[in-house]
Design a protein around this ligand. Structure first.
Ligand code: MG
Length: 313
């Protein structure tokens, strides 16, 4: 059952006050998971779907009750909606991008690149042209209880652009250590990608990079957008004004499009991922530790790209 939990809004810039009330209430919607990830809002029926990665389940919250949509889920992680309102997901266990079609069956869209198995797709975003951009670090191979193990075949951890209409897959970023969360700016001219390699080696990265998108198909000019402390910038989301919301160890951190931190929304568990939801898209949904949380904002996420949202679940 949902309950109010203690939070604090830390303000470093008065512009934070335009985005969230100082007395905003953090609600713990559910705490029955082992490791929550991949929240996605379903506008068709005002529900939220998320992954319990280590619990090997896909869950849904609707009308203040939680149900299990899929178990075992083959260690699904990131989730998103495609242009037809179908759920597309990263599967650590299948080492694939999968989709639940309108007949409710899950199907593999892509599981290899240059004749080698993917590592373990982690997070994804659907661009307005229908292409699926996703990160492919090996955590599903290396971390116990996050996949089925196996040998890494890819020579690195890449960010891919996959076109489900043609089956084409291209590596658009190859130089990052452990790309993880990703999001486009509202105009899709920028791509933000987090690197969580410090999770395995403290000498490596816990930052967010930003790239210029070229002709809607590839990226260039990667540079550091910000370094996130404490912990890792795992999941990312963006509001309609281009503010970047990132997970971290103790909070959701909020940045201007120029990379200045505005403030933090403290969360009592380690944040993994986040998205906008609610009927007005002004509710931030946060997966952290064992839980799904929500907090209302004074800004909105960008509208879903789907013209005709259907509920495939
Ligand atoms: Mg992730």
């Amino acid at each position: 059952m949902s309950k109010v939990v203690k939070t604090k809004i830390e303000v470093y810039d008065p512009r934070m006050g335009d985005l969230i009330d100082s007395g905003a209430v953090l609600i713990q919607i559910d705490s029955s998971s082992q490791h929550t990830e991949g929240p996605v809002y379903m506008p068709a029926n005002d529900s939220v779907i998320w992954s319990d990665v280590s619990g090997n389940r896909l869950l849904r919250w609707r009308n203040d009750s939680v149900s299990v949509l899929r178990t075992p889920s083959c260690y699904q992680n990131g989730n998103a909606l495609d242009l037809e309102g179908r759920l597309v997901s990263c599967s650590h266990g299948d080492r694939a991008i999968i989709r639940q079609d309108h007949d409710h069956q899950w199907r593999t869209l892509v599981n290899c690149y240059q004749d080698k198995q993917l590592n373990s797709p982690n997070d994804l975003v659907v661009k307005s042209d229908g292409t699926i951009w996703f990160t492919d670090p090996p955590f599903g191979l290396t971390q116990p209880n996050e996949g089925l193990g196996g040998e890494q075949e890819q020579p690195g951890s890449f960010v891919f652009r996959f076109d489900p209409a043609t089956g084409d897959i291209e590596a658009v970023i190859i130089e990052m250590e452990r790309p993880n969360g990703l999001v486009f700016s509202p105009d899709e001219r920028l791509l933000y990608v987090s690197d969580t390699s410090a999770y395995e080696d403290a000498e490596l990265y816990h930052d967010i990079r930003v790239y210029d998108v070229v002709e809607g198909r590839t990226v260039t000019n990667g540079r550091v957008f910000t370094v996130v402390d404490p912990g890792q910038p795992d999941g990312l989301c963006v509001d309609w004004q281009g503010h970047i919301f990132t997970s971290s160890k103790d909070s959701v951190q909020v940045y201007t499009p120029a990379g200045s931190i505005l403030g933090k929304i403290l969360v009592p568990e380690i944040c993994a991922n986040l998205t906008f939801g609610g009927v007005n898209r002004d509710r931030l949904l946060i997966t952290a530790g064992t839980s799904l949380y929500a907090i209302d904002l004074n800004t909105q996420g960008i509208q879903p790209v789907s013209k005709e949202i259907q509920d495939g679940c």
